[in-house]
Ligand binder design. Sequence first.
Ligand SMILES: NC(=O)c1ccc[n+]([C@@H]2O[C@H](COP(=O)([O-])OP(=O)(O)OC[C@H]3O[C@@H](n4cnc5c(N)ncnc54)[C@H](O)[C@@H]3O)[C@@H](O)[C@H]2O)c1
Length: 207
Amino acid sequence: MARFEGKVALVTGAARGLGRVTALAFAREGAKVALADIDEAGGRETLDMIRAAGGEGLFTPADVRIEREVEAMVAKTVEAYGRLDCAVNNAGVVRFKPIAEETEEGFNFHIDVNLRGVFFCMKHEIRQMRQNGGGAIVNQSSITGSLTGNPAEGAYAASKGGRRRPDQDRRARGRQGQYQRQRHLRLRHRRARRRLPSMDGEGAHQP
Ligand SMILES: NC(=O)c1ccc[n+]([C@@H]2O[C@H](COP(=O)([O-])OP(=O)(O)OC[C@H]3O[C@@H](n4cnc5c(N)ncnc54)[C@H](O)[C@@H]3O)[C@@H](O)[C@H]2O)c1
């Protein structure tokens, strides 16, 4: 039996990159997958890929910086599938700039997407997960925000460091099985990432 059979998973930033491969992996493992992104064309392309492979999903255009859009994204998922079991808060941005060269607008941009966006997502996902009796959330951070720094990613590192904290509370994580699933997802991300072609364009991450 597929590992996520009967589960409903939500992935933000699912129009390309890690979000896309995460969504495809969930679908392959039997989950119904709710995709969200500001990039409608890319999001619908990921949905087509899921359906072409025999999976089930839906796409909601959503900007994680806007709370009502995040709330609607969760509501649409629950309206379609009745519950929410897993969420990967993956949508993120980076512009390479040292702190000394960064502008207030640039700093706020990273905090808005990478940190406030995750707060809005967690808030509405947790409210729903409480109603199903539990769930698992992965906030996509970065080694730049935790293990190491990068002088060219000042605002990004600040946003990603902050993003790690809300999911550090082990009491909030629940049962041991949920830890293992989170760890498993992280490992899958890393493996999938190695297989991806390199991406470029504004906001794209360098491998
Ligand atoms: N790729 C890496 O090497 C790497 C390393 C460490 C951490 N990460 C993190 O993993 C996540 C995904 O990285 P990636 O390389 O796949 O990035 P990417 O730039 O390829 O994709 C990011 C996705 O997020 C979406 N997005 C951006 N702003 C949004 C918003 N306001 N609302 C909704 N969606 C939005 C984009 O449209 C895009 O589809 C990011 O959070 C990133 O910080 C990536």
